[in-house]
Design a protein around this ligand. Structure first.
Ligand SMILES: Cc1ncc(COP(=O)(O)O)c(C=O)c1O
Length: 354
């Protein structure tokens, strides 16, 4: 069977080399005569995997020893709760959030369970079609939370605000896709299942000095400090996703790192957006300057052409192009591992529809 052009929003395409090496490790890990799936997470071989996975994240992000890297379970959704548990003061805790999409709203919902949440910027009333920018965040907040890329609606923050409190960011759907100064953040989290591996592992990067200040007795599994003290092995970590994530990041590193990925991602997004803008049959859902380089959301202006278009992209070997059920239309997710050739195939299908 020929390989599909996979535009899925996540879990999504990963480098072929990662699939290959992961498959080998499942059969025989490091020539040990054992599968990666049957060895102890405390074995020397797996501890080396965890150590290297944590180290490569720090290296790629150019962060120093004031930061710790954790690989946890529970998805990015668990971080919606872990962040307030670890950063919101007990008693009169208060945090600022931007509401830029479904996932941001999910984080807000959890924050509200532990303290006051002020939504300082929102695009909800406009169907999340842009990134709010005109807000200030004062030092009376315990932290400010934002979502760098809105996977469902297809908007992305180009810049991050200067705030007078801790800066926390959900980078699940654009981590490692572009060069940014990661040291401006106090805490970054991301579900692995887009640019950094399969589902099941969640990355947390946290500045050590911000922890332990809430006055709260945090449940063990939710306590970043405990996970740090146990080197991300407080409980059995998601062994396979961590290994596949390490392979994904090694692949990124070998192929020019984040800077090279960014060049590719900009070229892919330009190719597709130029066609959407040129082609009278299509329109994007989102405001120009905030369009995501990772998830392009668009629709057909003439619904009577839907069957014809759907048949054409499926016949071209494209998969995962349907929009999220809450938005409709189409969503082309162009994560790091998607080759530009796949975008060209989609653009050709759109051109031929004229
Ligand atoms: C930006 C963002 N945040 C959070 C999540 C939720 O991640 P998880 O399913 O790992 O909990 C997603 C999932 O796609 C996402 O795209």
């Amino acid at each position: 069977m020929s390989k599909k052009h996979n535009f899925s929003a996540g879990p999504c395409i990963l480098p072929q080399e990662v699939f290959q090496k992961s498959a080998e490790a499942i059969l025989d890990f490091n020539g040990s005569g054992l599968s990666l799936l049957e060895i102890s997470h405390r074995s020397k071989d797996f501890v080396a995997v965890m150590d290297e996975a944590r180290a490569i994240v720090k290296r790629l992000m150019k962060l120093g020893d004031d930061y710790e890297v954790l690989y946890l379970g529970g998805g990015a959704s668990l971080q919606f709760a872990m962040v307030p548990f670890n950063l919101m003061k007990t008693g009169n805790g208060k945090a600022a959030y931007t509401d830029t999409g479904t996932w941001a709203a999910g984080a807000i919902k959890e924050g509200k369970k532990l303290g006051t949440v002020d939504v300082v910027g929102s695009s909800k009333e406009d169907n999340y079609s842009f990134i709010p920018k005109k807000y200030t965040v004062g030092s009376d907040y315990d932290y400010f939370h934002c979502t760098s890329n809105n996977t469902i609606y297809g908007t992305q923050m180009r810049e991050f605000p200067k705030v007078n409190t801790l800066l926390v960011c959900d980078m699940s759907s654009d981590i490692f896709s572009r060069v940014i100064d990661f040291s401006q953040f106090d805490l970054i989290y991301a579900g692995a299942q887009k640019n950094m591996g399969p589902a099941g592992a969640t990355l947390v990067v946290v500045k050590k000095e911000i922890l332990g200040k809430t006055g709260r007795d945090i449940p063990s599994m939710l306590d970043y400090s405990l996970h740090i003290a146990k080197e991300s092995m407080y409980n059995t970590p998601p062994v396979f996703p961590v290994y596949a994530s390490l392979l994904t990041l090694q692949h990124l590193d070998k192929n020019g790192g984040i800077a090279a990925a960014e060049v590719q991602n900009e070229a892919k997004a330009k190719l597709l957006y130029d066609e959407i803008d040129r082609n009278a049959l299509f329109e994007t859902f989102c405001n120009g300057e905030d369009r995501s380089l990772m998830n392009a959301t668009f629709k057909l202006l003439d619904d009577t052409r839907k069957e014809e278009f759907d048949n054409a992209w499926k016949a071209a070997g494209i998969s995962g192009l349907n929009g999220h059920r809450s938005v409709g239309g189409y969503r082309a997710s162009m994560y790091n591992a998607l080759p530009i050739e796949s975008v060209q195939v989609l653009v050709d299908v759109m051109k031929n529809l004229n």
